[in-house]
Design a binder for this molecule. Structure first.
Ligand code: IMP
Length: 422
């Protein structure tokens, strides 16, 4: 039995939450392998909308084991809030949620350091979600982080104090004003609260589940173009968002990976700063944002919008070894007179379909191919054959360019609004 992976191929917000939720009935286990509460995975069913930040998207399925893997960074305060909210739906979180003892903990001071360093960078800021992600991963790599297992260990308080005193030095050096006392009570309360959950050695646990023949889905967060190594550095998140991240973020060997579901939106969006070659800072971009409700699920920030970028998509498919493609938010393009796709970049006098070293330093001019739009509302369609011919021409072109079959087309946020193509 092997592990399938599902992840985003763009700058995040590709609609992963919904797709994991659609795929989950086929799996016994859903495991998050990186990122933290910077993610916002939206799920809609039965007329209600839920946003998950740290909890894996399989939690609303009664039969499904959900694991927060070692590669994830966990904010106890956020997780407590999230659990309490999810529990109002009647779902049994205590039974189905497992947290890796090796996942790193986001401390209140990590969030303060995140805010302080972004403020210090001024116009050069990354545009982080201010959830403390980067400082927590910095401490992990710097070998001074606290892990979930430490919360139940007897040296927790002294480890906490050491970390906090380091962070205070940093905050002072950045001249950042803060009041830690405002944040600590909620943090310690949440730490106590989390102790009632299953804190496990998740690498043994997940490998045992695999040996027992259970079907495991590894759930990525953010997107490939935000990967710490391959994204548009330094405008990236601080973890490996690609398939390789599932191995290190869960403790599973590479040969255990089977299918890789790559999710892409029929157009592109990006939150925060950084290069975005196909960005439309015009009426088209406004319309994409309006029709696609492109506002951050976690921060509420308006997302930047633009046309589909095939060089970026091909790069992501290569890095991840994508076997199955899933196109989301196709319905949003209904009503555009014309739909464009960038199939290469002009860089100087060269035409290239590769991503250059630094997208910001180059004068990258996207080369577009234009398609006639379609007027039909796609949200009620459930069969591929019933989709407008103009839409199929667009999808056929994309599929030919990227050389991987598109298996699922999502035509709306609800579980039901899904077309299985092949
Ligand atoms: P951080 O991960 O909060 O440090 O943010 C780094 C960059 O990644 C910023 O540009 C964020 O807007 C972006 N980012 C982080 N998480 C997400 C996500 O889940 N969706 C989209 N963008 C994200």
């Amino acid at each position: 039995m092997k592990v399938d992976v599902v992840l985003g191929l763009q700058w995040g917000d590709e609609g992963k939450g919904k797709i994991v939720d659609v795929l989950t009935p086929k799996y016994d286990v859903v495991a998050r392998f990186q990122g933290g509460p910077n993610a916002g995975h939206s799920l809609e069913f039965g007329g209600n909308k839920y946003v998950l930040n740290t909890i894996p998207s399989g939690i609303f399925h009664e039969h499904c084991i959900n694991i927060i893997g070692n590669g994830v960074v966990v904010d106890p305060v956020q997780l407590k809030k999230e659990i309490e909210k999810a529990e109002t739906t009647g779902v049994n979180i205590r039974k189905n949620l497992y947290i890796s003892e090796k996942a790193h903990v986001i401390l209140p001071t990590h969030r303060l350091v995140d805010a302080a360093s972004e403020a210090y960078k001024g116009v050069h800021k990354v545009g982080s979600t201010l959830r403390g992600i980067s400082p927590t991963y910095q401490d992990k790599i710097g070998r001074s982080g606290l892990r979930i297992g430490d919360l139940i260990g007897k040296n927790f308080l002294s480890k906490y104090q050491t970390a906090v005193s380091n962070h205070k030095k940093l905050l002072d050096s950045l001249n950042y004003e803060y009041n830690l006392a405002e944040h600590e009570p909620a943090f310690f309360e949440a730490v106590e609260y989390l102790k009632q959950f299953k804190i496990v050695n998740s690498e043994y646990f997940v490998n045992q589940l695999i040996s027992d023949g259970k079907k495991v889905l590894a759930e990525g967060a953010q997107g490939t173009l935000l990967d710490i190594d391959f994204g548009s550095y330094p405008f990236v998140t601080s973890s490996n968002t690609i398939t390789g991240g599932a191995c290190s973020g869960l403790g599973i060997a590479p040969q255990k990976i089977n299918k890789v579901f790559g999710i892409f939106k029929a157009y592109c969006t990006r939150v925060g700063n950084g290069p975005f070659p196909t960005e439309q800072e015009n009426e088209t971009g406004e319309l994409l944002r309006k029709l696609g409700h492109e506002f951050g699920a976690t921060t509420g920030r308006p997302r930047r919008t633009g046309w589909l970028d095939l060089p970026g998509l091909k790069y992501a498919i290569m890095l991840n070894g994508v076997t199955d493609l899933i196109c989301t938010k196709s319905d949003v393009l209904s009503g555009f007179e014309e739909v464009q796709v960038c199939d290469s970049y002009k860089i100087g006098s060269d035409i290239s379909s590769q991503i250059p070293f630094d997208l910001l330093d180059e004068t990258v001019i996207p080369q577009y191919k234009s398609f006639p739009g379609w007027k039909e509302d796609l949200t009620k369609i459930r069969e591929y054959s019933q989709l407008p011919e103009t839409f199929k021409t667009y999808i056929d072109y994309v599929e030919k360019q990227i050389e991987v079959p598109i298996n699922i087309i999502s035509v709306g946020p609800d579980r039901e609004e899904t077309i299985h193509k092949n």
